[in-house]
Design a protein around this ligand. Structure first.
Ligand code: FES
Length: 551
């Protein structure tokens, strides 16, 4: 559990530090783009840029973000057992190393000039330096700026690509991502050309030589530290591989492949380094069991499963000879059979999109269902039922969307909706309650019409729970969509059944209500048993009337 928590925290730290740097580069590019209007506009923009980014607070935030990001890149390089990786991942790592190295001089020059001699380097001076005095340096700085932007945009893409709404806004984001650096480069070259015809009088600061010497020293020092840190990481990797190679072992797969790898690698890592296709939906975090292997034979004892591996294996009722490929790090030769594959031979069309691994998200899940639906449908014409159900589904769908949720699926006369795919779990809980209140209120309006025409009164029950779920694209062909699975979904479904048992409108779990920030004082409490859970869960019963305060 600690591993998962710390991995999540590291992911968040990487994202947050990356966003800070992206905001910095955005304002930098914007500043250059302003030069398309005039040099004065760019100078005005630079004033704002300095005000925002060169004050002590933002300096600490910015340099802190750079440091965190660099440390995380170095950590990734060290912790990867093999450097074989998809091109996109390699691109991000290489850019993550190149960028800090290439910006050290510029950043040190600007910061030291301001910190030591209170020199505020104006836009005209920057252009003069980079366009007229040292065009090669200008070319390098422009390249770095574009590379940082590219690195950041790729990071944002990997962060947002599975969001439900991403597809809709991606064309705008892409246009913006391409347009901004182009405008910035055009602005830079416009300013440069204007300066060629009308070069500024170069004012040399009395301490210029001294400043340049300090900048050179600091730059050289920082580059040495950075280069040393990178070198150290590779030396540490080398030492680790050397240690492991002296204890290499062989894995023989049931389909005939043979991989020889250093000790310390997991079976999943060994498969990857040997080019053996080995499925892993959770990315090797011990959370999914899709990497499971059957141990056919081993030359020596296997390490005992960790508590994480043991819990996952127990959960899937795995046989005694089954282990998680991502967790087992053997020390002796062994033979294994891979038990799961992402595709069945012959079942997938050649151009079918591969199944994407899911990701763990803190979300709220809402289930709603019609009471007495079977009795209702038995007494009515099927076509009338189609009409009734469609009216009801529309009402539910609109209520969910109105509250910022995503309708996941209709199951018979029930529906499942997800909240918080965009990240804010407290808001997700509030929105799920709001959607439930809307559904209950709107069904009353719908009933007024249905009672008149069909002598029918629909009664809806709702169950809502919040917690971690695996969110990912699942299915096949056209029946593929983003959905969630896991305990949170199962519990929400159980709460909807509990609403029927308790003859109330909504049953919500305690975690959801706590997260929503709504007061639980006046609500009726119960405890219910959840299949597969040792402890009972505390829930709250909410009547239709009480639900209206969530609107
Ligand atoms: S890859 Fe998910 S448990 Fe091994």
């Amino acid at each position: 559990m600690d591993d998962i928590v710390s991995e999540t925290s590291l992911r968040r730290a990487r994202l947050l530090s990356g966003l800070v740097m992206l905001a910095f580069v955005f304002s930098h590019l914007l500043n250059h783009a302003l030069a398309l209007i005039s040099l004065e506009a760019a100078e005005y923009g630079r004033g704002w840029f300095s005000l925002i980014w060169l004050n002590p607070v933002s300096s600490v935030i910015f340099y802190g973000a750079v440091l965190v990001h660099v440390i995380l890149v170095l950590r990734t390089i060290y912790s990867r057992r093999t450097l074989k990786m998809p091109v996109r991942e390699a691109t991000q790592i290489i850019l993550g190393l190149l960028i800090p190295y290439m910006i050290i001089d510029h950043a040190a020059g600007i910061r030291l000039a301001r910190a030591l001699y209170s020199i505020d380097i104006g836009y005209a001076v920057v252009i003069n330096n980079f366009w007229i005095r040292n065009p090669m340096l200008g070319l390098r700085q422009s390249t770095v700026l574009v590379l940082i932007w590219l690195h950041g945009c790729l990071g944002v893409f990997y962060w947002l690509r599975y969001r439900d709404w991403y597809k809709q806004i991606s064309p705008y984001l892409l246009t913006f991502a391409v347009l901004l650096p182009i405008l910035a480069l055009l602005g830079f070259s416009d300013a440069g050309r204007a300066m060629e015809t009308n070069p500024p009088v170069r004012v040399v600061h009395p301490n210029q030589a001294e400043l340049e010497a300090v900048v050179d020293r600091v730059t050289a020092g920082l580059k040495t530290i950075f280069g040393g840190a990178v070198l150290l990481v590779f030396v540490m990797r080398g030492a680790r591989s050397w240690r492991q190679r002296s204890n290499a072992f062989e894995i023989r797969y049931d389909h005939g492949a043979l991989v020889r790898v250093p000790a310390g690698l997991s079976i999943l890592e060994a498969s990857r380094s040997g080019g053996v296709s080995h499925f892993s939906a959770c990315g090797g975090k011990g959370r999914c069991s899709t990497c499971r292997v059957r141990i056919i034979q081993t030359d020596g004892p296997l390490p005992e499963p960790s508590s994480l591996e043991r819990a996952t294996l127990q959960r899937v009722h795995a046989d005694d000879d089954v282990r998680l490929g991502c967790q087992l790090r053997p020390r002796h030769n062994l033979s294994v059979a891979l038990l799961l594959s992402s595709r069945q031979k012959g079942d997938m069309p050649p151009n079918a999109e591969p199944i994407r691994p899911g990701r763990e998200e803190e979300i709220a899940v809402l289930f709603c269902d019609l009471r007495n639906f079977t009795a209702l449908s038995e007494a009515r014409l099927p076509y009338d039922m189609v009409f009734l159900l469609n009216r009801y589904f529309t009402m539910v769908g609109q209520a969910v969307e109105h509250a910022g949720g995503r309708l996941d699926k209709f199951i018979g006369d029930g529906a499942m909706a997800l909240f918080g795919l965009d990240g804010d779990k407290d808001l997700a809980s509030r929105n799920a309650l709001k959607a439930a209140a809307h559904i209950l209120r709107n069904v009353e309006t719908l009933n007024e019409e249905l009672e008149r025409q069909f002598a029918v009164k629909l009664k809806v029950v709702v169950g809502i729970h919040a917690g971690p779920s695996i969110v990912g694209v699942m299915g096949y062909g056209d029946a593929k969509n983003l959905t969630a699975i896991g305990d949170t979904v199962n519990v929400a479904s159980r709460l909807e059944s509990a609403a029927k048992e308790f003859d109330t409108s909504i049953v919500v779990s305690e975690p959801l209500l706590r997260q929503s920030g709504h007061d639980a004082q006046t609500l009726e409490r119960r405890t219910i048993a959840i299949r597969g859970k040792r402890n009972e869960m505390r829930v709250f019963l909410i009547s239709e009337l009480e639900s209206q305060r969530f609107l």
